[in-house]
Write a protein that binds this ligand. Structure first.
Ligand SMILES: NC(=O)c1ccc[n+]([C@@H]2O[C@H](COP(=O)([O-])OP(=O)(O)OC[C@H]3O[C@@H](n4cnc5c(N)ncnc54)[C@H](OP(=O)(O)O)[C@@H]3O)[C@@H](O)[C@H]2O)c1
Length: 336
C-alpha cells in the first residue's frame, strides 16, 4: 500500500510516494481504506516546514480524510467493517476543553496523517460521516468545517438574525458562510476577487466586499450593518486583518482568531478590544463531540461542502501548488 511522505527535505518538490506494509489493527484499532483527502492551508505549511517545531520526519501529511472501515481489532465496539468514517483532527480531543495533551495528537503534524491508502486509527479517533455526502465531500470536514463550527456555534453561540463577516473564500470561510445561512444569520463575505464574491453571493452571502480594491472593508461592513457592526468575525487573516475586524465588529461582538494567512504576530489596537468589549477567542479546530454535533446539523440540513477541484492521488504536488496559487474557492480534494 502507498502513502505520500515528507522525508528529510521539506518543500512540495520533495514529497514522495512510499511503499508501506499492509496495516494490521491492534486492540481497539480500526483500519480505514482512505477514499479521499482534503487540503488545508496548514498542510501546505507542514510540507514547506513552516508549521512549528513539533513536526517529526518522515511524516505522512494531511489531517483530513474519509474512507471505509476494512478491518477492526479486538474489542472494537464503535465501528464495524463497511462503516463510512472520517478521522478527527486531534486524535486525543474527544470532548470538553482542549488540553496540551490533546493538542499533541494532530494528524499530519504530531503524528502520521491521512494521505495514505490505508490508515490505522483508534476507534475513538473516528466519526461516522453524513450519509448524503460522498467520500470527497466528507473529507473536507475534519479541520475547516469543525473550526468554523467551533468558532461560530460552540464559542460564538450564533443566532438567527445575527450578522457574520467571513474573510476570503477559502475552506474555513465558506463553511462559516454556509453555517451562518443554516442558522438563519446574515453573511457578509470579503474576497480579493469580484468573481469569487459573485459565487459567494450565490451561496447565500448577502453582500460581498473586495478587500483588495477596498482596503477600508471594515468601514463598508459598518455601513452594511447601519453603523452597528457585525456580531461575529471569522478571522483568518491574522495580524494584517485583526484591526479591521476590531473596527467592523459590534460592541460586545465576537472575533474568532483562526488564521495566520498574513503572519503570526503584529500590532493590535488593544484599546478597541476593551472599548468595544469584544471577545477575541482563539480557536484550534475542535473536539470529536463538536464534530459529531456538526455532522448532525449537516445531515439534517443536507449541507454540501463546496469543492473547488479534485486531484488524483498521484497529483498531490499539483493540488498543493493549486492551494499555493490562491486560485481556489472552497476546498481542494484528493481522490484515491
Ligand atoms: N485555528 C485553526 O484551528 C485553523 C483551522 C483551519 C484553518 N486555520 C487557518 O485559517 C486560515 C485559512 O485556512 P483555509 O484552510 O481556509 O485556507 P484556504 O482554503 O487556503 O483559504 C485562504 C483564503 O483566505 C483568503 N485570504 C488570504 N489573505 C487574506 C486577507 N489578507 N484578508 C482576507 N482574506 C484573505 C483568500 O480568499 P480570496 O481568494 O477570496 O481572497 C484565500 O483564498 C489559514 O491561516 C489556516 O492555517 C486555522
Amino acid at each position: 500500500m502507498r502513502a505520500w511522505e515528507i522525508r528529510g527535505d521539506l518543500g512540495i518538490a520533495n514529497l514522495a510516494i512510499a511503499e508501506k506494509p499492509e496495516p494490521e489493527p491492534g486492540p481497539g484499532e480500526v483500519v480505514v481504506e482512505v477514499r479521499a483527502c482534503s487540503l488545508n492551508y496548514r498542510d501546505l505549511q507542514v510540507v514547506r516546514g513552516q508549521y512549528g517545531s513539533n513536526t517529526r520526519l518522515p511524516l505522512v501529511p494531511f489531517s483530513d480524510g474519509a474512507g471505509e472501515v476494512v478491518a477492526v481489532g479486538e474489542g472494537v465496539a464503535r465501528f464495524a467493517q463497511g462503516d463510512r468514517v472520517s478521522g478527527i483532527f486531534m486524535q486525543g480531543w474527544i470532548s470538553g476543553e482542549i488540553t496540551p495533551a490533546a493538542a499533541a495528537t494532530a494528524l499530519g503534524g504530531a503524528i502520521d496523517g491521512m494521505l495514505s491508502e490505508k490508515v490505522v486509527l483508534s476507534e475513538e479517533g473516528l466519526v461516522r460521516i453524513p450519509e448524503h455526502l460522498s467520500f470527497e465531500e466528507a473529507s473536507t470536514l475534519p479541520c475547516a468545517a469543525v473550526t468554523a463550527w467551533n468558532g461560530l456555534v460552540e464559542k460564538g453561540g450564533l443566532k438567527a438574525g445575527e450578522t457574520v463577516l467571513v474573510q476570503g473564500t477559502g475552506g474555513v470561510s465558506l463553511f462559516a458562510l454556509q453555517f451562518a445561512k443554516m442558522f438563519g444569520a446574515r453573511a457578509i463575505a470579503t474576497s480579493s476577487s469580484d468573481e469569487k464574491l459573485e459565487r459567494a453571493l450565490t451561496l447565500g452571502a448577502s453582500d460581498g466586499i473586495n478587500y483588495k480594491k477596498n482596503p477600508g472593508w471594515d468601514e463598508r461592513a459598518l455601513e452594511l450593518t447601519g453603523g452597528r457592526g457585525v456580531d461575529h468575525v471569522v478571522e483568518v487573516g491574522g495580524p494584517d486583518t485583526l484591526n479591521g475586524s476590531l473596527s467592523a465588529v459590534r460592541m460586545g461582538g465576537g472575533i474568532y482568531m483562526i488564521g495566520v494567512l498574513t503572519g503570526i504576530s503584529g500590532e493590535v489596537n488593544t484599546a478597541l478590544i476593551l472599548r468595544k468589549s469584544v471577545r477575541v477567542q482563539g480557536i484550534y479546530v475542535g473536539s470529536r463531540a463538536m464534530f459529531e454535533a456538526m455532522n448532525r446539523a449537516i445531515s439534517l440540513n443536507e449541507l454540501r461542502p463546496v469543492i473547488d477541484r479534485a486531484f488524483s492521488f498521484e497529483e498531490v504536488p499539483d493540488a498543493l501548488r493549486h492551494m499555493e496559487s490562491g486560485a481556489h474557492f472552497g476546498k481542494i480534494v484528493v481522490r484515491f
